[in-house]
Design a binder for this molecule. Structure first.
Ligand code: FAD
Length: 324
């Protein structure tokens, strides 16, 4: 009989593992998403490591229209006054089929969603209670429906409410003392950086990362600024104080619509009280955006968990949490 898996949350982590299981006929997967639809808001750009691209290629990422992503070959480091300090050759991590890739989060989510069947995802579903019945887990959703499954994979993001419900204790991420500011810019003649590569501009209390996200000259800008607390201050006034006061020429980068949000991270990953519950993506462990590898880790973690569950090994929890 097929093993039933409930995946809670349809972000990059949940959708990637659902796609991997879709190809394994021993399992039946259903993704339960709290929102009414997938978050297809264009969103910020993401950078994906070659390792995560090789996982995505298993589910057909190599077919994606190549105008919708970019393969930068260098990461350039700049000082506060736009002087280039050094660079890192990203090409050395690439092969012919697997390359360091930048794209819009939206492009990745849409690809992952399109590769699933409509009945693989249920919207408007939030876990209310989980209880063990013999070897299985009974999920009671807040809309009074339920599902009896063999495994639960919780991938509902950094605030993971499902984790608090399952573990029966309040699990809260902590504010990491910085905020993220995002905008999309068009490369133009007065753009001072290499528009085909990743640029990292370092300031005392902030850094700015700029990179192309497609072949339409669209460039993603993420600025991480240290802030003791996050109040809904005017974002531009933060930019003026922490960035432009030090280099006015960076003004051109912040002319478009700016979004900002506080950055939260989780503490050490830990095992569930149930041996057949696993945490994945930001619900498992949240990487700080400075490392720019949270999405890549969600994808690589999905592949690791998929391999462990597919092999039907004992001690999956210990292997999943093992430090290599
Ligand atoms: C500023 C910034 C820049 C970043 N840049 C990069 C980058 O360049 N490269 C990179 O690799 N990573 C980057 N990351 C990190 C990356 O975006 C995340 O690590 C990744 O999106 C995590 O995916 P996830 O699926 O675990 O969670 P999420 O994307 O948060 O998805 C969680 C899903 O669960 C749903 N959900 C929430 N609660 C419930 C519930 N109770 N029940 C059911 N569903 C629920 C949500 O609606 C959502 O669909 C960045 C992050 C930030 C903040």
């Amino acid at each position: 009989m097929k093993k039933k898996i409930a995946i809670i949350g349809s972000g990059i982590a949940g959708l990637t593992i659902a796609n991997l299981f879709k190809k394994n006929s021993n399992f039946q997967v259903t993704v339960y998403e709290r929102e009414k639809t997938l978050s297809l808001e264009e969103g910020y750009g993401i950078q994906l490591s070659p390792n995560s691209i090789s996982v995505l290629n298993k589910i057909g990422f190599f077919n994606i229209d190549n105008n919708h992503f970019f393969n930068p070959s260098k990461l350039n480091f700049y000082s506060i006054h736009n002087n280039k300090i050094c660079d890192l050759n990203l090409d050395r991590f690439n092969t012919d089929t697997v390359k360091y890739t930048t794209l819009k989060r939206f492009t990745l989510i849409e690809f992952l969603k399109d590769a699933l069947f409509v009945n693989n995802i249920r919207f408007g579903k939030e876990v209310g209670k989980v209880s063990k019945i013999k070897e299985k887990l009974l999920i009671n959703f807040t809309d009074n429906t339920n599902d009896l499954v063999d495994f639960i994979i919780v991938s509902d993001g950094v605030f993971s409410r499902t984790k608090s419900i399952i573990e029966n204790k309040t699990v809260k991420p902590h504010y990491n003392g910085s905020i993220a500011i995002r905008t999309v810019i068009k490369s133009s003649e007065d753009f001072n950086y290499e528009s085909e590569n990743v640029s990292l501009i370092m300031l005392p209390k902030a850094h700015i990362v700029i990179y192309p996200i497609n072949k339409k000259n669209e460039i993603n800008l993420i600025c991480i600024v240290r802030q003791k607390s996050f109040q809904n201050k005017d974002t531009y006034s933060i930019i003026k104080k922490e960035i432009l006061s030090q280099n006015k020429s960076l003004e051109n980068l912040f002319k478009g619509h700016l979004d900002s949000w506080p950055i939260y991270t989780t503490r050490k990953p830990s095992k569930s009280i149930y041996e057949n519950v696993f945490y994945l993506g930001d619900a498992f462990y949240t990487f700080i955006p400075t490392i720019a590898q949270g999405a890549s880790q969600s994808i690589e973690g999905a592949n690791e968990l998929f391999n462990l569950l597919s092999k039907d090994t004992k001690e999956i929890q210990n292997l999943y949490l093992k430090k290599d």
